[in-house]
Structure formats: C-alpha cells, structure tokens
Design a protein around this ligand. Sequence first.
Ligand code: GUN
Length: 293
Amino acid sequence: MQLIDGKAVSSQIKQEIAAEVEQIVKNGGKVPHLAAILVGHDGGSETYVANKVKSCAECGFKSSLIRFEADVTEETLLAKVRELNDDADVDGFIVQLPLPKHISEQKVIETIDYRKDVDGFHPINVGRMSIGLPCYVSATPNGILELLKRYNIETSGKHCVVLGRSNIVGKPMASLMMQKAYPGDATVTVCHSRSKNIQEECLRADIIIAALGQPEFLKAEMVKEGAVVIDVGTTRVPSTVTKSGFKLTGDVKFDEVAPKCSFITPVPGGVGPMTIVSLMRNTLLAGKKAIYK
Ligand code: GUN
C-alpha cells in the first residue's frame, strides 16, 4: 500500500508556481491577483478562506479578502461581484460557499464573469469542461487528477466508481474520469444516496473516489484487493482530543481499507491540500490570461 501524500505534492506545486511568478515579474509581467468573498462566520469557510489567502502568499500572488456579515442582501453581494468583474487588477475571484439561505448561490455563480471564475463553477466553465474545451476546472476534481498523474496511476480502461453526485465534486469528477485523455479513459459508474447495490459496484472498482460527505462510509468489505481509493470527505466531527474541538473525518474507514489498497489518500493531508493548490493553478492561468483573453 502506498500513501498518496497530497500535502507534499501540494507544497511542491506551490514552489513551482512561485518560481513561475518570479519569472513573470522579472519579465515585467503582472503579479496574479485572487480575490475572495466571505459571507458570515461559518467555521469551515473561515478556515478554508484563511488557507487560500495563506497559499496566495506562498505562491507570490496578491490576494484580497472581502467580508460581509451573514445578513448582507443578495443585491449588495451581487453588486460586489459585478464590481470585481470590472476590476482590471483582479484576475480571478471566488465567493466562498455555502451562502446564507436568503441568497441564491446559483444567481451569484452566474453573475461571476466566467473569465474570472477560478472556482470553475459557472455554467460556461462546467459546460466547456464536460466537452473537453479549455476552461477553469473546479478545484477538487482537478486536484485529484493531478494526484493520479503525479503518482503515475493507470486510469485507461479501469473501472472507476464515483460515490456522490454533487455539482462541485461528483459530477465533474465522473465527467473527467471518462474524458478522452490521461487521467481519464476510465469506465465510470456514479453511485449516490438512491443507488442500489453500492457494495457490489464498489467491489468491481479499480478506482473509488468517495465524495459523499458521510464519515467512514467506505468499509473494507466494499473494496477489492489492490484498488486505488481517493477520499474526498472532510466532515468536521466533534473531538475532545484536538485543540480546535473537532477532527476532520473522511468518507473512508481508513484503518481497515488501507491494507487492501494499492494507493490511498489520507484525511487530512490527501485531497484537501490539493484542492487549494488547484485554485492557485487556476489563478496563475487567470493571471497569464492563458484560457480566456
Ligand atoms: N465551499 C466548499 N468548497 C468550495 C470551493 O471549492 N469553492 C468555494 N467558493 N466554496 C467552497
């Protein structure tokens, strides 16, 4: 069994990005600028956004954090989105999700200029991704592809089971694993809360990507010997042991599944750090106007 070290790969990529930014600046180019909008004070979102700001510094990017209280009106938020769309200094920006219930996430996402949508959530980017055109690919699926690539994991002709059908992970992940490319060329099955025989499907899988958000859902008896297991779960489970009072728990029962795997990602330190670094890669592409002019 080989552990896939997302933390090590992500810090390697951040160094690669920082070196490229240094070159860009040396050649008189512009420092990439990522802006993030954070609404309210959700603990998870606060942590994610703080990590994104920190990663920007590590990559040599400029970052701006724009905060609103949870009672901000949808119109005020949309006005800020439009302002960032028009701000020539901002190369890309994100609105951290989830948003308070009185604000339509879809409306916010569709108001973002797709050319600055480094999260890859705008329907134009989602659509372009699904037909294999250049676009911003959403961060978690892109981070998983990068891990498969850096560990030379074979995907062509393999049976891949994606657990979960969210717009941010499950759906794009399935689409990317079946694309005509490497990593890809897999035979993909998507399982979700209404699927029957999930155990049977998983037992056939060479690669399992677990993105259900159900702590320790995937057990040893659901995994065939030699499978590759990618754990996207990051549920904050209360803990009396950690200083923060919670523990990040994956969708895989790691201790019993790991011995059966050829490769497996841990939680934390697997997919999580790769998600942030994928956002950094998209920001670099945005800064270079590499995808859209
Ligand atoms: N909430 C959970 N994951 C993400 C993400 O990748 N981007 C944004 N904007 N919000 C999130």
